[in-house]
Design a protein around this ligand. Structure first.
Ligand code: GTP
Ligand code: MN
Ligand code: MN
Length: 618
């Protein structure tokens, strides 16, 4: 039996993390490990306990393998840089599949493949795929260990980079395995980089495969990922489990699994509110989650920056937890002037992927400082100077850091009961039409807002950057079932909330509106606190709205812009709604809704005709 002593200081393991003896490992997990080991034929099997000592050993091993470079410990203690293969830098939406029995259950927004066909395609790929490598058994909890909202999983992977990333992003190791041993159900996830090694063959720093599959089996609640080690494709607890599979669990069990940040807002009067916000990838969730308001007396604290699970609590109120334990944030654009809190969070114990390396052994990326260093090694490992004419860090380069390291973390961030949500915010990146802020008339109108989020595409996924696409609820790449059924689930959820207690207010924001010259009209970042301030005034019934076709906007003079260098015409422009543009928008929404056919809930059709009649009446 495993006789190692208890090691207690792992970043995300509670200090009482039990050691699970080999004899006490749950039989169903053992059977799963044996089955996958027979298929993938690894050299060794290692059960991850989540301890600090284990993490240290894995990090040393990754440095020796060339996957990680340790940064200068005097500047950035215990931190590392990973350079990925240049073809493995973002989520691969084209290779992401929902393998429901019926195609219509995956819906028009997902790639679908029949489960038997997918299994037939995966089988030869996984056969022997771990040869020459170690199979790591990674038990993890999504949510505080022991919370009724928490769900469990076991990922098998042949990537030690994925193991250390899972160690930061989840509550990984023995504490989670002990819960599974006590009977908690768990989601099986299998991951291989797809790069078996022959006897004596030298490994590459970032093994991966040109062929990639990120496959989800919603009925069996199972995940299979092949060929990539990039976070969103390989850290399966995150997008694959906590959003795609969890959204299916949430539909069946009556809760919501969402691509949302969570914040706690304290007003100058000391009143506390919690807000959840859904923006598409690389549209400002991590930034808003770590907001430092510029207006005196206001505080924003972080609860989560990417994923929220929302339930109706025993008190009938909407409650949310952050199922994750770390931040996997976009590095570029994260700077001292834009997000000081994030920069402070990254002081040490951080893994950076695909950022640039400084001569002094620290890291740099576009936007960290205004002036780039004179010389760098870029994300590909090549010499770089400001004249190189290419970015030094990959636009989707990321940091991986424990949540508790954020100076802005709320003391309630891991409360097993979750926090009560007072407002829900939707947003996207749109250079025109979408105003700085609007308030929904009610929950159903809010669902319409969420369902019609559109955004210019970013580098977070492969595709054409800048192209406008509908990203309903910021869940386009993450809903594990038919998006129209997902809309219906949201509408139904609102009915349940109305029956029991207070329904949260719903808002929509757009920080990205541009002038005809292409400059951002709104200063954004810390100044977004002014919009939050107005939302709080609405919650406290101390602010008024002017009705517009899109919803209620702040009555003239109610948005606090004191001290801002914001010309009056820019402020007007931030809320301007052109009738032609509104009509084009309604047409585009109608076109988008048509893709769902009969499955589209009638309520959303009503909302669209409301919009049309409001535009006509304008
Ligand atoms: P994922 O983690 O991929 O889901 O994305 P995210 O929503 O957390 O995105 P993040 O907060 O990392 O924002 C990414 C980009 O948005 C960066 O380039 C930021 O500079 C930019 N950004 C964030 N907030 C603002 C803002 O208020 N105004 C402007 N103009 N840009 C912003
Ligand atoms: Mn995200
Ligand atoms: Mn983020």
């Amino acid at each position: 039996p495993d006789a190692r002593p208890e090691i207690t200081t792992a970043a995300n393991s509670p200090s009482s993390a039990p050691v699970v003896l080999e004899a006490d490992r749950p039989a169903d997990v053992v059977a799963f490990v044996e089955r996958i080991a027979r298929l993938t034929t690894p050299d060794q099997i290692y059960w991850v306990d989540g301890s600090t000592r284990e993490r240290h050993a894995l990090l040393q091993q990754l440095v020796a393998a060339g996957t990680l470079t340790q940064l200068n410990p005097d500047i950035r203690p215990y931190s590392f840089l990973a350079r990925s293969d240049e073809r493995d830098v973002a989520r691969v939406e084209e290779r992401t599949f929902i393998c429901s029995e019926r195609e219509e259950d995956a819906g028009p927004t997902n790639n679908w493949m029949a489960p038997e066909q997918m299994r037939a395609e995966l089988e030869p790929l996984f056969t022997g795929s771990m040869r020459g490598r170690t199979l790591y058994v990674v038990p993890f909890a999504m949510g505080p260990i022991g919370s009724s909202m928490t769900r469990y999983g076991v990922q098998l992977t042949d990537s030690p980079y994925v193991v250390v990333s899972m160690g930061t992003m989840t509550r990984m190791g023995s504490a989670a395995l002990a819960q599974i041993a006590r009977g908690q159900s768990w989601v099986p996830a299998v991951h291989s980089v797809g790069a078996p090694l022959n006897n004596g063959q030298k490994d590459v720093p970032w093994p991966c495969n040109e062929t990639k599959y990120i496959a989800h089996f919603p009925k069996e609640r199972e995940i299979w990922s092949y060929g990539s080690a990039y976070g969103g494709n390989a850290i399966l607890a995150k997008k694959a489990f906590a959003l795609r599979i969890a959204s299916v669990m949430a539909r069946d069990e009556g809760w919501l699994a969402e691509h949302m940040l969570l914040i706690k807002v304290t007003s100058p009067a000391g009143k506390k509110y919690h807000m959840a916000a859904a923006f598409p990838s690389a549209c400002g969730k991590t930034n808003l989650a770590m907001l430092t308001p510029t207006t005196p007396g206001w505080t924003v604290e972080t609860i989560g920056d990417d994923i929220a699970w929302l339930h109706i609590g025993k008190d009938g109120r909407l409650r949310a937890i952050n199922p994750e334990a770390g931040f996997f944030g976009v590095a570029p654009g994260t700077g001292i002037s834009t997000n000081r809190t994030a920069v402070d969070t990254l002081w040490g114990n951080t893994i950076f992927t695909n950022v640039a390396l400084r001569e002094d052994g620290d890291v740099w990326w576009e936007g960290l400082t205004d002036t780039p260093p004179a010389r760098l090694i870029d994300w590909r490992g090549e010499e770089w100077t400001p004249d190189s004419g290419r970015p030094a860090a990959h636009p989707n380069s990321r940091f991986t850091v424990a949540a508790h390291q954020a100076p802005s973390i709320a003391d309630t961030w891991d409360d097993p009961e979750g926090v009560v949500i007072d407002a829900i915010i939707f947003g996207g990146r749109r250079r025109a039409l979408a105003p700085l802020v609007v308030e929904a008339r009610d929950w159903d109108h809010g669902v319409f807002m969420g369902a019609t989020i559109s955004s210019e595409q970013t580098a977070a996924a492969e595709g054409t950057v800048g192209q406008l696409r509908r990203d309903p609820f910021a869940m386009l790449p993450f809903a594990g079932y038919n998006m129209a059924d997902y809309f219906a689930h949201w509408l139904d959820f609102g009915k349940r909330l109305r029956r029991s207690a207070r329904v949260p207010r719903v808002f929509q924001v757009n920080w990205f509106r541009k002038s005809p010259e292409g400059k951002f009209l709104w200063p954004g970042f810390g100044e977004n606190g002014r919009v939050i301030e107005w939302m709080v005034a609405r919650l406290e019934s101390e602010a008024c709205i002017d009705e517009t076709p899109l919803g209620g906007i702040p009555r003239q003079g109610e948005l606090n812009v004191a001290g801002l260098d914001l010309p009056e015409e820019d402020l007007t422009e931030l809320f301007r709604m052109d009738t032609d543009e509104l009509e084009a928008e309604a047409d585009d929404v109608e076109h988008f809704f048509q893709t769902f056919g009969d499955k589209l809930p009638a309520e959303l059709r009503h909302q669209l005709s409301h919009l049309r009649s409001r535009v006509r009446a304008q």
